[in-house]
Design a protein around this ligand. Sequence first.
Ligand code: AMP
Length: 198
Amino acid sequence: MTTSPTFSMCVYCGSRPGKLDAFGEAADAVGHWIGSHGGQLVYGGGKSGLMGTVARATREAGGRVVGVIPKALVDRELANELCDELHVVTTMHERKAMMAERSNAFIAIPGGIGTFEELYEIWTWRQLGYHDKPIGILNAHGYYDGMLQFLQQCVGQGFMDEWQMGLIKSGDNHATLLEQLVEEAGLSRQNDALREVI
Ligand code: AMP
């Protein structure tokens, strides 16, 4: 694409495909939505599982793809050659900081430990005021039902407040959720604080 992307969406997702077709369909739909709305994908730069699916779909729909991957994973030949920009960094910390800085909003779709870690870190940074960028959870096929229920239990037990839950948008419709995140990103002060603290 020749014009600059209108927004940069960071997608956290599984390096595995998961067992249900619904998960691959969700990753495909998210990538197509980003590409067809003039957006740019920022993600972990891998080609396996839902990561590969979302990157491929973004490209197919005409979007730019930015991958940020640690050297160790490139060495294992898992880097995705279809990235328009592939940043090879030294540490995981460097990677997550660059993914955060290059994005206007974040969405977690189904995934495993790596996805959870990225989601919780960007959420923690937000609650501390390190950044002001919107964060969403795509609850595709009810994948995150149990986690969302547990988080409400954390509020009930006094380890979290409702305002912290309110920092996360969740929903099962990718288009509705992505629209909300992009709209909210337009209001955010973005990287001001992030650059200073991470
Ligand atoms: P997981 O959910 O455990 O499969 O981990 C996926 C998340 O961790 C992604 O959002 C990536 O940023 C990162 N990650 C894990 N495995 C890889 C890999 N093989 N290549 C690139 N990134 C990965």
